[in-house]
Structures are given as C-alpha cells and as structure tokens.
Design a protein around this ligand. Sequence first.
Ligand code: SF4
Length: 692
Amino acid sequence: VVELGMPSRSVVTTCAYCGVGCSFKAELRGDELVRMVPYKDGGANEGHSCVKGRFAFGYATHPDRVLKPMVREKITDPWREVEWEEAIQTVAAKMRAIQDAYGPSSIGAISSSRCTNEEVYVVQKMVRAAFGNNNVDTCARVCHSPTGYGLKQTFGESAGTQDFRSVAEADLIMVIGANPTDGHPVFASRMKRRLREGAGLVVVDPRRIDLVRSPHIEAAHHLQLKPSTNVAVINAMAHVVVTEGLVDRSFVEARCEGFDEWAQFVALPENSPEATEPITGVPADQLRAAARLYAQAPNAAIYYGLGVTEHSQGSTMVMGMANLAMACGNIGREGVGVNPLRGQNNVQGSCDMGSFPHEFTGYRHVSDDAVRTVFEELWGRSLLPEPGLRIPNMFDAAIDGSFRGLFVHGEDIAQSDPNLQHVSAALAAMDLVVVQDLFLNETAKFAHVFLPGASFLEKDGTFTNAERRINRVRAVMKPKTGKHEWQIVCEIATAMGYPMAYDHPSQIMDEIAQVTPTFKGVSFELLDKLGSVQWPCNDEAPQGTPTMHVDAFVRGKGKFAVTAYVPTDERTTSRFPLVLTTGRILSQYNVGAQTRRTGNVAWHPEDLLELHPLDAENRGITDGDMVTLTSRVGSTTLRARVSDRMPPGVVYTTFHHPVTGANVVTTENSDWATNCPEYKVTAVQVGLAHPL
Ligand code: SF4
C-alpha cells in the first residue's frame, strides 16, 4: 500500500479497470495522488473496491509514460519527438494521401473500451464524417460483440437486463463462463453475500472456479462442460424445461413470440441431457437437476462472461440463455435476468456510442434512412448506408493491400487479438499506423505516429458499466501531455477538412443525448445531481432504468430463437490433443499494460499454464517446469502449474504478459455472427521445454 501523506483535497471519479465501474474518492496532496478510497455512495460499489482499483493506479505516473508525440517514416527508424501540430498534420496528410491513392475506404479506426464515452463518440464521428466511411470498430469486437447481437435479437436491446443491486433478490444464481471472483471482484462480493444468505448456485464452466466451493458457499451443481459445448448444454436445459412442463406459460403467452417453433426444436430427442452427455461431458442427471433448480426458483438470474461469448457460437449461446430466461419467466423484475459481466471499464459505453461499423449510437443501423438523416443534418455530411470493416476484415484487407491506414485508440491489438502472426503481418503491411496510448505498447512497434494519451486521472467524461450505469469520470490533474484525447481526435478531423470542436466533454455528451433516444435525458448536470444514472434515461424514464423489459420487451415481444448446436471447426487431433482456454486473474488486468506497471505485478509475475495431473504425468511435467504450448498457428513457452482445477484434456492460461503471449497460439476461428474470436477453444500440445 502506497500512502504518501495526508490528503488536502479529493475528487470523486470512476475506476478505469473492469466493467463493475466502482466509484472512488481520489485523495490528493497538492497535485500528488495520495490514495484511492472507495466511495460509499458509489452506485455500483457502495463503498467497496478491489486490489486493482484501490492500489493499482501507479501506472498513471510511471516513467514509461510517453508524454510527447512522436513520428517516424519507417517502423525501423528511431522515433522523433515533435510538437502536437506536426503530429496532427502528419496524421491528416498521410490519411488523405492514402485515400487519394487507394480510395475512401482504405483507412479506418479502432476505438477503445478503456476510453470515455465522449472520446469514443468523437472517434466514430471522425471516421464517419471526416474519413467518409464506416470503418470504425471497437475492441468489444473481441469480447462482448455476441452479447450485443444476441440480446438485440431476442430482447431488442444490446445490454444486460438488471442492475447489480438486483442480485440480492435472486433465489438461484447461474454463473456461466465467468469467474467473478477474479474478473469482477466487487460484484462477486455482492453475489457471495446473497449466496451465503441461501440462494442456490449453478456454475457452468470447464474450470473449477473459486465460486464452486468457497467459505460458506457450495454450488449445488458445477456443470463442468467440455469447452465449446455451451449451446448443447443450454439446449439440454431448455429440453428439460419444455418436456417436464416447467415453462411459465402465462409469461410466454403474454410477452413472447416464436415459442412453439423453439419448443418443438428443444424437445427433439437429440437435445435431451442423455443425448448431449457424450458431446458436453455433463452427466445427464446433474444437468436435469440444474435445469429444474433454475426453472423452479421464484427468481433465477443468469450472469455470464467471456466463456459464453468468445466462441464460434457465442451469439447463439447468448440467444440460448435469453430463450431459457423467457421460457421460465425470468425477465422484467428484480432478481432475474440475463446479465453480461463486462470485462473493460467502458465496454458497454463503447458499444453504446456507435463504434461498431454497422451502427450509430444507441444500436441503430447505418442503413436506416431516418436515423442517418438525423446525423447527416447535425454533422453536415452525407453518410454511407453500408456497414464498414470489422477489425478482422481490416486485417485481411491490409494483407490484400486495400486497407492501408489505421488509427488505433487505446488498444494493444498486437497483444490482445488472436493469431498474432496474422495481426503483425497486417500492421506491417500498412502505410500508416497511428497509435494513441499511454505507453509504447506492442502495437506501437508497428506505428509511424505515436500520440500520447491521458490516464483516467487526467480525463473528464463518463464510463458506462455492465449494468448500463453512466458514471462520471472527473479529472484529478491536467493531461500530462498537454492535450485531452478528445481534442486530439477533433484536431485530426479538422486537419482532414472536417471541422470538429468542443469546449468541454459535457458538450459532447449533450450532442450524444441529442442524437440518441436512450440517452435523451443524460447530461453532466444530471449525473452530478444523481451521482450516476442507468440508461435508458429519457422522457419516459427521467431517473434512468435499473431493470429493463418490465412490462414489455424493448422490441415489443421477446423473440425465441432456434439455437442449433454446431460443433466448432477447432478439433483436437493426435498432434494437438489438448484444448486450451484462457482467462484472467484478480491482481492483473487484460494485457497488463497498466497492472504490470504497479506493485500488483508481484502477485502474478508471469502467466502460468494450468494442466491436470494426468496430462502432466503423461508428459513428464512437474509443477514449475517450463513447457512449450503449441497450436497449429504458433508456439510459446511458459511455466506449468499442475492443478486439478481443469479436467484432463483441458489446459488454461492467462494473457497478462507479452513475453508469454498466449495469443500467439489462439486461432482465426470466430463467432459466426460477429467475428468475436474463439479465444476459449484452441487445440494445443504441451511438452517440456528443453534448454538449448
Ligand atoms: Fe475497479 Fe472492477 Fe475492482 Fe471495482 S471491481 S475496483 S471497477 S477493477
């Protein structure tokens, strides 16, 4: 714990790590941040915090921070520090030159779920209005894009249904493909409180996460499924509900459509627990018992994470969970729902802000003439009705030579995205890569222009957490770089011939509210008055909306979707007989760019490969040995941790350290609807690493 002395002032702001969105009082002495104190009136955390938000803020003042813009002609040249004006003019001139030579669609941008709503909004506006195309995507592409798709199809809104507080009303909690203890610790505490009070627990996960058995908590059922078989499990649970007469008929008849076709599908014998047991590995009697618990609980809530979405059937599984919740009437009141546990601090917000290539703010398709007209009139530009390129399409087009200029805002795609060899080749093929970040990250190795970013302590704006709560982010200090990130984006757009300017991020939020029906009532003034607000916030709900779909679904009737199980293309073979799945650990955060630059790194100095004792013994591996991890696309070396948390045949690692680079081995497979990568299923081999 670093405590530097008694504070003289404090500012209430929001944690910049996970999607729980905890509020903190940043306490300062002069301009020096002394400590982060969890804020008791924080809507998401009510005075609680975890080891990241509370202690891991030292990265913001780490000497690795780059504070001056830098340019270079070739990526093999040394960096040259320049003034902001030269950096911005360089980006604008090169982007325009690429468009002149290769066409308007040859450039694009990736916005960040780490940045504020206001910053994300101006990035997508720059792309659509100044670049003149829809080639903007967000890093949510690689995590929760199936959530956006699946919940939109079934419920009509691309967001979780409940607020966190609602978990206190749940009688049965089903956690699917999430590890809240490590990934969302403050929400996990709320959930555990309810579990200790007696709520039932079902865990669906290939790994025995802590929640399965922890002090005073024991899951009624741990469905330890084989990776990639989520959809077969959820269909089998639905089979039990339909064939055993557990459907909430009155809810379905009053509120839903498409039930009969869906019910006939899930009732097919091939979807029964007995028929699917060889596919999923889940004992049929255990699955039947879990399905009955879920269906018969007065209030049953589903919480899920990337173990649902990062699959070739990620979107199908999201719809499968929505089907199950509707069939049992578990939507529209406290203690129920389908709730994504979002990974990054502003992944919900970056999606809300229109940074997908097919959608404006509020999830409205770019082909919708009426919606497009609203933006065209306000922005004074005609906009394209065709969706732009998704991130993986950008990489493919770069290798083809048709996509040649990329602005990367606050993301380290050369560490976080799958099949890194492909990503590296794509970045290396571009004429211009612009990176805006705090540090010279892995992606910056391919950059021609580096624009230094501001830490969350230097930002003014908003983040939106996993429960749709818009929290204020307040600057504790001025940007160390001399410029706000939204200003940099506006100046690039202006230099490209499309004037963009605001005096303050509150004006950006006012514009967001003007063009986005679900944000119509949102303003900094309201947020400062209420502390935070959950969207939709508009004339119908001026105080926000903690629980969605109360009297009717956003789309009118909830829509059942037939969700056939389709096996992944990723198959184990004699050469790659194990399945790798990945996740993260409490003290670290994603690619580790921040937490590795804090004292937290001492708790987890390297990524470890967990493997079952049988798999270890078969390979002559003992705990602590260095091993090679190899897939059909790449290989890396890391230390083994022999553990029975994983079943035989499945191995697990984290991806916090670039030196081990787990994404060197993950593949190009992705979700059929959204291209979210299949990080959770890679056929691999593990062997002892022999020193040369
Ligand atoms: Fe920050 Fe998430 Fe920890 Fe809260 S739970 S302090 S938001 S990392």
